[in-house]
Design a protein around this ligand. Structure first.
Ligand code: NAD
Length: 479
């Protein structure tokens, strides 16, 4: 069993709290590691270290800072197999997907390093003679990155890479459900010649460590990826100091399938988007609206596809589509939501139960529900599991209205072979991302950002990097 410490100011240190949180392998239910429960003092020590380190760090040229991002990418690639195994073990992510997450994370560091020479300001025309108005992009200071458990390694990079290339220092708080791969990365960072305090990792609960980091006057930005509830608590915690927040929160992505869609493509894309990582993905397709004239064909095809989803141990050689859910709490919640949907009138076409063929683990069947209505909980609330409710629509306007009838606005998709139709729908959808005739999966050079309760600000690409920059204007009058 591995015991992790905090990583503060360039070295591993014991937490001032002696309490620990146990990390469980969801497939075997064995305790495989412990992390510190963390304390307010740990959070404050990390903030102080990051704050002290920032003035020297920002004084380096952007290209020097970028060289450390390349080093991080290199050590991830050198350790790609063991990191993927840790990731698969700590959260039952099938090993193939875990490997993709590790490899994309290395790319993410390299991609952000590439921005070093491209961070640009502007010179604006003045109304006065002999004056230049310079608009600079300055680092915002100390960045706090609070991570979820579902894509912990990639999301960690989403916070570290853009923040440090732009001259900020950073503190990462991993989720207590999946901190191991991040803390293994901390061990690799310790061996780099990165100046101390530039990147810190503090484990612990959201209510103690996350809250202390968010409430402090030190950070320039708190960047959370997590639930709406955590986002709301962070908004409250940051209110006193008016600290900037960037919030990537939950979703309830609609997929609109028109009668003129390529039905095989639509079915493959929707099922892939729904069952990847056992449905525990913020941008998963979570509800499908199907045009009534194509409903029977769609249902026949999707019933077959959902029935064929291969569920196995995360390390199975059988190339599974999904595995156990991350925890007992998570599977209990999904079970409860499906049972409630049944009471509200949903009909189970595929699945609808826990899987009991495995001795251990928290497995739930890929589940397809029909007879669903817009007012049902299963259509309105995020389901972090492999459950897909289907609703029929008559007109396209009706489909758009039902898709937009949501507190969330993260991702969405539309399937049709008619260009005018897909352009109209994507224009009307109130979601940060719309995928046309493809699965839900964003690109590192895009901009991943939610509307409504799905968040504030966003990540990735040029616009994600700008979250970590403060705009300063200098009026330079000369004689
Ligand atoms: P969560 O909100 O339970 O936890 C996320 C992080 O917030 C954890 O590190 C947690 O310790 C911390 N936290 C909790 N309360 C806090 C508080 N009061 N102050 C500071 N920090 C606090 O979310 P989760 O269960 O880890 O992740 C699942 C959720 O994340 C889902 O809703 C999912 O949709 C969302 N998510 C969104 C995106 C996105 O890009 N929009 C990506 C992945 C996950």
């Amino acid at each position: 069993m591995i015991e992790y410490d905090q990583f503060i100011n360039g070295r591993f240190v014991r937490s001032t709290s002696t309490d620990v949180i146990k990390i469980i392998n969801p497939c075997t239910e064995e305790v495989i590691a412990t992390i510190p429960k963390g304390s307010v003092k740990d959070a404050n020590d990390a903030l102080e270290a990051a704050n002290i380190a920032q003035s020297k760090w920002k004084a380096l040229t952007a290209i020097e800072r970028a060289s450390y991002l390349h080093k991080m990418a290199d050590v991830i690639r050198e350790n790609r197999i063991s990191l993927a195994q840790t990731l698969a073990k700590e959260q039952a992510k099938v090993i193939g997907l875990a490997q993709v997450e590790i490899d994309v994370t290395a790319e993410y560091f390299d991609y952000n390093a590439g921005w070093a020479r491209r961070i640009e300001g502007e010179i604006i025309q003045s109304d006065r003679p002999k004056e230049h108005i310079y608009l600079h992009k300055a680092p915002i200071g100390v960045a706090v990155g609070i991570c979820p458990w579902n894509f912990p390694f990639f999301v960690m990079a989403r916070k570290i890479a853009p923040s440090i290339v732009t001259g900020n220092t950073c503190i990462i708080k991993p989720s207590s459900e999946a901190p191991m791969t991040i803390m293994e990365f901390a061990k690799l960072v310790e061996k780099l010649d990165l100046p101390e305090g530039v990147v810190n990792f503090v484990c612990g609960s959201g209510s103690i460590v996350g809250n202390a980091l968010s409430k402090s006057p030190i950070p320039g930005i708190i960047s959370l990826t997590g639930s709406v509830q955590a986002g709301q608590r962070i908004i409250s915690a940051t209110a006193e100091n008016i600290t900037k927040v960037s919030l990537e929160l939950g979703g309830k992505a609609p997929a609109i399938v028109c009668a003129d869609a390529n039905m095989d493509l639509a079915v493959n894309a929707v099922v892939t988007s729904r069952v990847i990582f056992s449905g525990q993905v913020c941008n998963c397709a979570e509800r499908v609206y199907v045009e009534d004239s194509a409903y029977d064909e769609f249902m026949e095809k999707i019933t077959k596809k959902m029935s064929e989803v291969n569920v196995q141990d995360a390390f199975s050689d059988d190339n599974p589509d999904m595995s156990s859910m991350v925890s007992k709490d998570q599977v209990d919640k999904v079970e409860e939501m499906v049972e409630f949907a049944k009471k509200e009138g949903a009909e189970v076409v595929v699945g609808g139960k826990r899987i009991d063929q495995f001795d251990k683990g928290f497995y739930y069947q890929p589940t397809l529900l029909t007879n669903c209505r817009q007012d049902m909980q299963i259509i309105q609330e995020e389901v972090f599991g492999p459950v897909l409710p289907v609703v029929k629509f008559g007109s396209l306007d009706e489909a758009i209205a039902m898709a937009n009838d949501s507190q969330y606005g993260l991702t969405s998709s539309v399937f049709s072979e008619n260009f005018n139709k897909v352009m109209h729908v994507s224009n009307e959808l109130q979601f940060g991302e719309t995928y046309i005739n493809r699965e839900h999966f964003e690109a590192i050079q895009g901009f991943h950002a939610g509307w409504k309760k799905s968040g504030i600000g966003g990540a990735d690409g040029k616009h994600g990097m700008e979250e970590y920059l403060q705009t300063k204007v200098i009026y330079a009058q000369y004689s």
